[in-house]
Write a protein that binds this ligand. Structure first.
Ligand code: B1M
Length: 209
């Protein structure tokens, strides 16, 4: 197994204690940081996405892979030149007002980050006004909203309505997800739906392309 395969494998297997040494070994051997990122870490993360989609990896393992990715990024970040990392797009993400569930949303954020998106995670229990203000400030390509309670779906609807009211926010792409969401509800409120974290990546990529 060459060093890039080892790094990709570290991400897939969640080898948090190994990846830093392997990334350093690749750099010490003269490899470009971008190559380590693209052909090692991101390749591993893509495999994670595929395995998750196929039901061969589960949430705790994906979280371990995301943490392993973070460990490797700590070493690479200062070395990557501006422009080395192709930004897929900017996403403002929130769990909507009244809702404290954030495990699924964090997973979606991590997978989007792994796919090259810049994420501004506003946290949980975020009001429509706070989301609108963040859209004005960050000018994202996409707003992502997560809800796990049937009751908080209404807050999603309010947020979409508020974003559509304002000329500076009405054109932002909107994606929603979480247990009570579905494609019909999304279409009705003028948003896009994805069922899980890997579908969210596919959707986000299609919305910005
Ligand atoms: Co709550 N809870 N909870 N809970 N909780 C549910 C959601 C519930 C279904 C349990 C049940 O009754 N069977 C139920 C909701 C019923 C309903 O409204 N239909 C419920 C309830 C009722 C409540 C309370 C009201 C309980 C109470 O206090 N009486 C309360 C509400 C608090 C509040 O939010 N105001 C409450 C509290 C909590 C905890 C705080 C204890 C904890 C949350 C901790 C946390 O998130 N930090 C919690 C948990 C853990 C759950 C369950 C058990 C698990 C949710 C989870 O994390 N799943 C849940 C029951 C269940 O789902 N089995 C339940 C794992 C996660 C990876 O999946 O979140 O679905 P999920 O995310 C997926 C997809 O949905 C999708 O991708 C993710 C990854 O694949 N996705 C998106 C999510 N967001 C997306 C956004 C996207 C795209 C995809 O684009 C933007």
């Amino acid at each position: 197994m060459d060093i890039l395969e080892m790094i990709a494998n570290d991400v897939v297997e969640g080898e948090m204690d190994e990846i830093a040494d392997h990334v350093q070994e690749a750099l010490d051997g003269g490899m470009e940081p971008k190559k380590v990122l693209d052909e090692g870490m991101l390749k591993g993360m893509n495999t994670v996405g595929d395995l998750f989609k196929e039901g061969e990896m589960f949430v705790p393992e994906v979280l371990m892979s995301a943490k392993t990715m973070d460990e490797g990024m700590e070493i690479l970040k200062p070395l990557l030149k501006e422009g080395d990392v192709t930004k897929a797009g900017v996403v403002v993400m929130a769990t909507v007002k009244g809702d404290l569930h954030d495990i699924g949303k964090k997973l979606v954020c991590m997978m989007l980050e792994g796919a090259g998106f810049e994420i501004h995670d506003l946290g949980v229990d975020v009001t429509p006004e706070e989301i609108r203000d963040a859209v004005k400030e960050k000018n994202p390509d996409i707003v992502g909203m997560s809800a796990m309670l049937t009751t908080t779906m209404l807050s999603m609807q309010d947020t979409v309505a508020l974003l559509k009211q304002d000329a500076t926010t009405q054109n932002v792409k909107i994606m929603i997800g979480g247990a009570p969401a579905n494609p019909d509800v999304a279409t009705e409120m003028g948003a896009n739906y994805s069922a899980d974290a890997s579908a969210a990546v596919d959707l986000a990529v299609s919305l910005v392309s």
